[in-house]
Design a protein around this ligand. Structure first.
Ligand SMILES: Nc1ncnc2c1ncn2[C@@H]1O[C@H](COP(=O)(O)OP(=O)(O)O)[C@@H](O)[C@H]1O
Ligand SMILES: [Mg+2]
Length: 449
């Protein structure tokens, strides 16, 4: 069996690593992959957004199954393209992936079916303004806020009436850079200007969601969904902020651990019943069949769990500790999802905990250098119960070098979060590259609980 994984980050390395353990011994390809995926798969130099080339590669190689890692190709409809061509693919269609790609769509759906989430207002161009802008014959990039003045003015007005903390979110995909948390609501005015007038995030910020600022521990609950059946995976939590004690700018994620120690079995049952079931059913009612991973980012508030967002794929870096704990064959679970057989599978999990510590390039999430040699990977990977997942790495003349902002996800298993954490940090000490940055407090609070 031939399996193609699309993407080139830590999540994709973890997917390839796990698929390589399948009893069915699949032949693996990864496009474009990284130096880590190359240990298990044949890397194919095709970008994750080059649908034409991916499709012709899959056809020529007679790929039996393609698994999509990142959200951009999913939201842009790669599953629709592959499926129309008769190819098997794991992931939601564009219509279903809108749950992640359009935060106003997700919010409206949650409201409609009563899923607990932050109170919110949404602002953006009116249908009339969009029609007028289209008629003017100018391209998307030529449009300015003047074309959509009313949404901006209304958003400003709304913000000026708030005296408690608010969160401003660009509605579209923004690689984790589209959410602005403002304990002082007056600061949100500048964010609105940057998003809606300067259009710093382009079309993604043309519409915004402004919501109440919630507090509480954050957790990630991922489920396999086969259109009808929902199978919750082991829980996880990640650390978004760059700095220790959750300070500094948001990043793609500086570390993660599984299980999320703040979640009880009864919380998970509540989340399945009040979040996953109504959302999957509402989509089905609208003839949208959700197939793939559905990921709910939640905040455990004193009033219960509330959804911050949905993702339409495996999280990065949550996937690294989750898959470290999965004992069952991932390939079987993926196929059961595609074939609508999730009611017939039972996944086995390692009862131990897993912690993933991200090592990043100095300067990330801003500009950072690339091409620094990475040493000590073998020594770190040889430690018991340790896996070094690669994110931004490449091979140059037999030497593994840095090639991205997040470089490695050093992941370890342990009897407790505290032990897993200790092992992961021990492993990071063996790895060296110039300017390496990591947070020293990943899973620290959780290990004290
Ligand atoms: N309503 C909210 N109240 C407080 N913090 C929030 C709220 N919404 C989002 N956040 C914070 O911002 C982060 C990113 O928001 P999220 O909605 O997950 O967007 P994305 O992952 O697309 O950037 C969250 O992980 C959380 O820390
Ligand atoms: Mg998020």
């Amino acid at each position: 069996m031939k399996v193609l994984v699309i993407g080139g980050g830590g999540r994709e390395h973890a997917l390839c690593w796990k698929l390589a353990q399948s009893a069915r011994r699949p032949k693996l390809y990864c496009a474009p992959g990284n130096a880590g995926t190359a240990q298990h798969a044949e890397n194919v130099p095709i970008a994750a957004d080059d649908f034409d080339k991916l499709l012709s590669f899959a056809r020529k190689q007679a790929i039996d199954l393609t698994i999509v890692g990142p959200e951009e190709p999913l939201c842009a409809g790669i599953v629709d393209r592959f499926t129309a061509a008769g190819l098997r693919m794991f992931g939601p269609t564009a219509a279903a992936a809108r749950l992640e790609g359009d935060k106003t769509f997700a919010k409206q759906l949650m409201r409609e079916v009563g899923v607990p989430t932050a109170e919110a207002r949404m602002f953006g161009p009116t249908a009339q303004e969009i029609a007028q802008a289209k008629q003017s014959g100018r391209g998307r990039d030529e449009l300015s806020y003047k074309d959509f003045q009313s949404g901006y003015d209304m958003a400003r007005h709304y913000v000026s009436t708030r005296d408690e903390g608010i969160v401003v979110k660009a509605a579209g995909l923004a690689k984790g850079k589209g959410v602005f948390v403002h304990p002082d609501p007056s600061e949100a005015l500048l964010t609105l200007e940057r998003l809606m007038v300067q259009r710093e995030l382009g079309e993604a910020g043309q519409r915004v969601v402004i919501e109440e600022l919630l507090t509480g521990p954050e957790v990630s609950v991922l489920a396999l969904v086969d259109g009808l059946n929902i199978y919750l995976l082991e829980s996880a939590a990640d650390h978004k902020r760059l700095g220790e004690q959750d300070t500094g700018p948001n990043t793609g994620g500086m570390g993660a651990y599984s299980p999320a120690t703040t979640l009880t079995e009864s919380d998970l049952a509540t989340i399945e019943r009040d979040v996953f079931v109504p959302i999957v059913d509402a989509l089905r009612r609208d003839e949208i069949v959700y197939r793939g991973v559905l990921y709910a980012g939640l905040m455990m508030t004193t009033a219960g769990p509330k959804v911050l967002e949905f993702n339409c794929r495996f999280g990065d870096p949550e996937t690294q500790p989750i898959l470290m704990r999965l004992e069952s064959d991932l390939l079987d679970a993926v196929e059961a999802t595609i074939d609508g057989r999730l009611d017939q599978i039972e996944l086995r999990w390692d009862r131990r905990a897993a912690v993933c510590v991200v090592m990043a390039s100095g300067g990330y999430p801003g500009d950072y250098p690339k091409g620094h040699a990475i040493d000590g990977l073998k020594e770190a990977g040889a430690l018991p119960d340790v896996q070094v997942f690669h994110s931004g790495t490449a091979t140059r003349a037999d030497q593994i070098v840095t090639a991205g902002g997040r470089v490695l996800g050093v992941t370890a298993l342990g009897d407790t979060i505290s032990q897993a954490r200790q092992r992961a940090y021990e492993a990071t000490k063996l790895i060296r590259f110039e300017g390496a940055y990591l947070r020293g407090d990943i899973a620290m609070q959780a290990s004290n609980r």
